[in-house]
Write a protein that binds this ligand. Structure first.
Ligand SMILES: [Fe+2]
Length: 280
């Protein structure tokens, strides 16, 4: 059982900025439509919140956001679920990146010295510091998308562990990475990994469902990269419509699915369906 202490990736101001970018609103337009002063909205970008509940409701309404989640972020108490019931061990590896933190993950049979690595952190040294001491071998590496904070440690991991197959999204331009398209299934070690092609944040982006194939009733893990976070979504740097489509699709996965995002704490589909501001 894990109770997360890692901060959320996005605060209320970040969520408003992302939603405004998707809606093509500036703070003047948003303020006029929601009856909120643009100065208050600008303050929120600087992490100073002074909205009334009624203003939160109107901002959420104009931006098409889930009011419950926006209010939770505004209160500073976004709910996070207890994480448990997985048929394997899941290690979050947190690596600093600028003022933020990027997550890589290892999935392994509990007690085994081998595992599967998802993303490789911001750089090799940072990943080494977060590495679980009991893991001495890798069966495969899966990349969600080729941004530095998610693939920066790849060369170092390859030096440490030798020839390990590396998989990533179609279109990724990293030498030696094998492309996995929508629906591709792999079984490195004892887990089954299904590919979900999810462009939107980046043109080349995959999420991965991780299951124990012999235990279909057990909970699964969704490695969600920069599509779905606890309390937010990734920036729509490639295509906001595609990002929306894939966020919606991920939120339709079984509710008990544990979400392992590229930034911020672990969560579940059930939790995000209820509270995430971007329930479209
Ligand atoms: Fe990222």
């Amino acid at each position: 059982m894990v109770i997360e202490r890692t901060p959320l990736e996005d605060e209320l101001g970040d969520v408003l900025e992302k939603a405004m970018r998707c809606a093509c609103f500036g703070e003047v337009t948003l303020g006029a439509r929601a009856g909120v002063s643009p100065e208050k909205i600008r303050d929120a970008f600087d992490y100073r919140y002074d909205f009334t509940l009624e203003e939160i409701r109107r901002l959420a309404d104009v931006l098409g956001l889930n009011e419950v989640g926006v209010a939770a972020l505004a209160s500073g108490h976004y709910p996070l679920p207890k994480i448990g019931g997985l048929p394997f061990c899941l290690y979050p590896l947190r690596t600093p990146h600028g003022i933020g933190v990027a997550n890589a993950y290892i999935v392994t049979d509990c007690g085994s010295e081998r595992g599967v690595l998802f993303d490789t952190g911001s750089d090799g040294e940072a990943l080494r510091r977060a590495w679980p001491p009991g893991i001495r071998g890798l069966d495969a590496i899966f990349l969600t998308h080729p941004e530095t904070e998610h693939v920066g440690g790849l060369a170092d991991v390859q030096r440490r562990f030798g020839p390990v197959p590396v998989f990533g999204p179609v279109g990724v331009r990293i030498p030696g990475v094998l492309a996995l398209a929508e629906g591709a299934k792999m079984k490195p070690g004892s887990v089954e990994i299904e590919t979900l092609a999810t462009p939107g944040h980046a043109e080349s982006h995959n999420c991965y469902m991780v299951r124990a194939p012999d235990l279909w009733a057990a909970h699964s893990v969704l490695v969600s990269g920069d599509i779905l976070f606890a309390g937010s979504v990734g920036g729509a740097y490639f295509c906001s419509e595609k990002l929306k489509v894939h966020v919606k699709r991920l939120l339709e996965l079984p509710p008990e699915t544990v979400v392992a995002p590229g930034h911020g704490p672990l969560t579940t589909i059930k939790n995000e369906r209820t509270f995430n501001p971007f329930v479209f």
